[in-house]
Design a protein around this ligand. Structure first.
Ligand SMILES: Nc1ccn([C@@H]2O[C@H](COP(=O)(O)O)[C@@H](O)[C@H]2O)c(=O)n1
Ligand code: CDI
Length: 168
């Protein structure tokens, strides 16, 4: 086993939740999904991309999403979370971190996401600069339990693996 390669590996974990309301678009993994309700937020409220962004920041020990893109800054009102993820990946790359793979879970009672999964996976892979085979999105209902089960919100969880360059 190559121990020096193992020492360059970093894992990161991310989580997000946004409330579902009328009058907002539902955007997940950078894809707009046909729905009578959408996620509320200062940005486009893409909970999945926020969780992935936090996981990347976690792996690179760079804090959390709000530290880089404040939810009180008018610059991020309606922001495209795909752009924020790509800025985060560029920041991580500037510190020597490259993404290896991404795994995510959406806890979403409704709508059914299976019909949108291929598009969501392709979009997330493009945003991450990875092959689709290195990116995964899973969907779960919350078995009608609690605020997620009552369709009041959607939750996202993400785990990433990153590899750090050897110091020059
Ligand atoms: N919003 C969702 C939720 C779930 N799915 C798919 O259904 C399967 C079963 O979900 P359970 O919560 O009942 O375990 C799940 O594995 C997904 O394939 C979905 O498409 N959209
Ligand atoms: C990206 C930001 C910017 O306001 O998006 P929000 O829509 O506020 O979403 P949240 O996940 O609550 O916090 C992250 C914020 O930094």
């Amino acid at each position: 086993m190559d121990v020096s390669a193992l020492q360059r590996l970093r894992v990161g974990q991310g989580y997000d939740v946004h409330r579902l309301v009328e009058g907002r678009k539902l955007i997940l993994a950078g894809v707009e999904i046909d729905s009578p309700v959408g996620l509320l937020g200062h940005s486009d409220a893409d909970a999945l991309l926020h969780a992935v962004t936090d996981a990347v920041l976690g792996a690179a020990a760079l804090g959390d999403i709000g530290r880089h893109f404040s939810d009180t800054d008018p610059a991020f009102e309606g922001a495209d979370s795909g752009v924020l993820l790509q800025k985060t990946l560029a920041l991580a790359a500037s510190k020597g971190y490259q993404l290896v793979n991404v795994d995510t879970t959406l806890i979403c009672q409704s709508p059914k996401l299976a019909p949108h999964m291929d598009r969501m996976q392709a979009c997330l892979a493009r945003l991450c600069g990875l092959d689709a085979g290195c990116v995964n999105i899973k969907a779960k209902t919350n078995e009608k339990l609690g605020y997620l089960g009552r369709k009041e919100a959607i939750e996202a969880q993400a785990v990433v693996l990153m590899i750090k360059d050897l110091p020059a």
